[in-house]
Write a protein that binds this ligand. Sequence first.
Ligand code: ADP
Length: 588
Amino acid sequence: MSHVFKHSKVSFHRSLFFFGVGIFSIFMSTAFLYQYNREMLFRKELLNSILQTYNYSILNNVEQKGPANTDLDAITESLTDYDLRVTVMDLYGNVILDNRSGENSIFNNHTDRPEVLDALIKGEGYTVRYSNTLEEPFFYSAKKSDNYIIRSAIPYNIGTKLYLSVDKSVIFFFVAMGALFIGMIFYFSFRLGNAISSLREFSKKAEMDELKDLDIKLPNNDLGEISSHIIKLYTKLNQTKQYLSLEKEKLLKHLQISKEGLAEFDKDRRCIFTNTLFIQYINLISDKGLNSPEGIFHIDELSRINYFLSIHQRGSETINNSEYWSESITINKNGKTFHIECIIFQDKSFEISINNVTQQQEETRLKKQLTQNVAHELKTPVSSIKGYLETILGNKNVSQDQMHQFIERCYAQTNRLSDLLKDISVLNRIDEAGENFTTEDINIRNLVEEIFEDSEELLNEKKMNFEIRMPDNIMYKGNPMLVYSIFRNLLDNAIAYAGDGKSIIVNCYRQDKNALYFSFSDNGCGIEDQHLNRIFERFYRVDKGRSRKLGGTGLGLAIVKNAVLFHKGEIMVKNKPDGGLEFLFSLS
Ligand code: ADP
């Protein structure tokens, strides 16, 4: 359709030209008609004034000599070469004399002739009309005296018409003016059209975002100036837009790495923005397995916020300028304290923020305890090695078998020490500098499958099942060693602590432009709530003896947490309602 329209469209320049010419023609024809009528009137009055001078002379004659003694032909001949017709009437319009009447001419009363009527009323009058008596068109001019009315007439023939015709120069003047004006209209419409075409080109390019190669020639007049102002304004607007979008980008980046879970919703409750923490927090708070921020409207834990929203956000009340409504609640869940705030804005859009207020205390305690813990962890194996070695050295009667046993124990303790040092060094490397770790594209599904395959024997031994819920081609750019250690440690822990015959599920429950969201869960015994907050701490164990027996260093989850943080993600843990531990983490 638009194609057809494009071809049939008259250019602005042309339509402006035709419009100008149209208006000009109407104006010119009106002016010409007016001028023509005035000219004709002027000519008629000139002819009338000539005939009236004849009338005056004849009237004098008739008044002096009386109509009976007047020789009309003689008088007219003396006055003019024109073939003048003269009629003498009394004041009632009855014809007394007429130099064109035959012997038997009978004149009816002449008061109905317009020129006679005018003469009777105003003293004189004239008209051009067809003479019934002489059967041709005549110019009549009548004059009244005290006793008579004299009317002279000349045929309104070619000669008179010529005499009456309008001065040709007037027509030439109009034609010349017309040509000049049309030329000017053409010139101006052309220039205006050019400016408009430039603007059109500009707007087209602006629409297609091709303003980089903008080279528009603007006419050097007011319109060109206006166009250049529009272009400047547009460029400025564009710059502002770019600046704003950059600022918005910065703000979103900031919100993304914020320590606060945040989501913005429009008035129809569709999510406009959410950060990774928000998704994880709502999953930590709720046991419903939410893969979208909108899930928050259906969780019992936030019923107060939802009630607040249904009353105010769905209600018909309006919010005044610069005002907003807010509601906040505090929730204790899985050993953490969350402060949740909902703010409704003027346009009924709203935001929900979730703050983990337990976190700060946790971090300071974590750092303080670390040095003490390292010393403690090293002390145990070192002192037991020392003990064994002292026994061997100080007791000459130690049997070969016993010695072998002691050395084996020493060896186990050194292995423990070496594991410990390995883990500490990994943690230190993550702590110190991110640059030490290169990143590359990782197929997470393949990686997780490999880890499970490596542990297949152990899993079988413990009769444990596992399920990997993620797409085949799930790619992520990160450090393979660290990503490996996340899944490795979580799996090792699940195998070690969940219990025989249990199941493990690894689920990538959401992918958005910010992050991949994972849930790693088992249906084992879980952990008492009071420990939940602390298991990511270095050397924190729920059951020290059990952990050591199983060869744990107490650093597994600390490594997991730091590896997740290295990838700009977050990790949290909760007990599932039907038993078992669930780790929720993201990789950005
Ligand atoms: P460890 O070396 O002791 O395993 P971690 O940091 O890996 O240290 O784990 C800390 C503690 O968290 C463990 O001692 C264990 O008590 C608990 N834990 C870890 N994973 C699980 C699990 N899947 N089920 C129950 N408890 C677990």
